[in-house]
Design a protein around this ligand. Structure first.
Ligand code: PGA
Length: 252
């Protein structure tokens, strides 16, 4: 059994209520009109636009999620959003441990794991992000870094059906640079092997590649063995380009 493919769009801190309605509505219409079998599709807008996206994709196969959550269910945490509230808003997914959160907000593997645990407890699927920096790759430490991130960020009580892992080399995010297919294959194998040390269902785990995926390179990157989909930043803001990526998802 291999996981059903997933193409997830990470809008990051982009969009307005008008553009979110238009973009999500465009994708929902494409999904409704699609003749071919679709992968799982998810849009992760800024938290303030989740309800706008929810309304725009209602009744379509397009799911949605958030870009972060707090580890606690409620309380005195100004500016944060709980996984419980995200679930209440209709989210299916929540990205946790994105490299921009790890870098900008000092998130550690422990805090990422706590967020992933909160997501699981709330009934959300956490998309747990891992990936090495350019300096770490140049130093020959990419595999070690990613092993430590998977071991430290993935909750023990999780299963292939309840989580997704995204391998996103930091140096490929927003840069237009991508690893070679051989490097992607090797790093996805590292992620799967590390997960398999503590879980018995690694063959079913969805591992997404992320970092400068766009319509023009989707066919190459999504054909790499061990790649179960993509986490897409910049190209997810363009409906036509994002749809090309969806069309190139592994057929399962
Ligand atoms: P990018 O971002 O596709 O713009 O490189 C990917 C991500 O950060 O998830």
């Amino acid at each position: 059994m291999t996981a059903q493919a997933l193409i997830a769009g990470n809008w990051k801190m982009n969009g307005s209520s008008a553009s979110a309605k238009a973009l999500a509505g465009d994708l929902a219409a494409r999904a409704k009109g699609a003749a071919a079998k679709l992968p799982r599709i998810a849009l992760c807008p800024p938290a303030a636009l989740i309800s706008t996206v929810a309304a725009a994709v209602a009744g379509s196969a397009v799911a949605f999620g958030a870009q972060d959550c707090h580890a606690k269910d409620k309380g005195a945490h100004t500016g944060d959003t709980s996984a419980v509230l995200l679930k209440d808003l209709g989210c299916t997914y929540v990205i946790v441990g994105h490299s921009e959160r790890r870098a900008d907000h000092g998130e550690s593997n422990e805090s990422v794991r706590a967020k992933a645990e909160a997501a699981l407890a709330a009934g959300l699927v956490p998309i747990i992000c891992v990936g090495e920096t350019e300096a770490e790759r140049d130093a020959g430490k990419a595999a070690d870094v990613v092993r430590a991130q998977v071991a430290g960020s993935v909750p023990a009580k999780s299963s292939a059906a309840s989580i997704v892992i995204a391998y996103e080399p930091v140096w490929a995010i927003g840069t237009g640079r991508t690893p070679t297919p051989d490097d992607v294959k090797a790093m996805h194998a590292v992620v799967r092997e590390t997960y398999a040390k503590s879980h018995s269902d690694s063959a079913d785990l969805a591992i997404l590649y992320g970092g400068s995926v766009k319509g023009s390179n989707a066919a190459t990157l999504l054909a790499v063995p061990g790649v179960d989909g993509a986490l897409v930043g910049g190209a997810s803001l363009d409906a036509a380009d994002f749809w090309t990526i969806i069309e190139n998802a592994p057929k399962r």
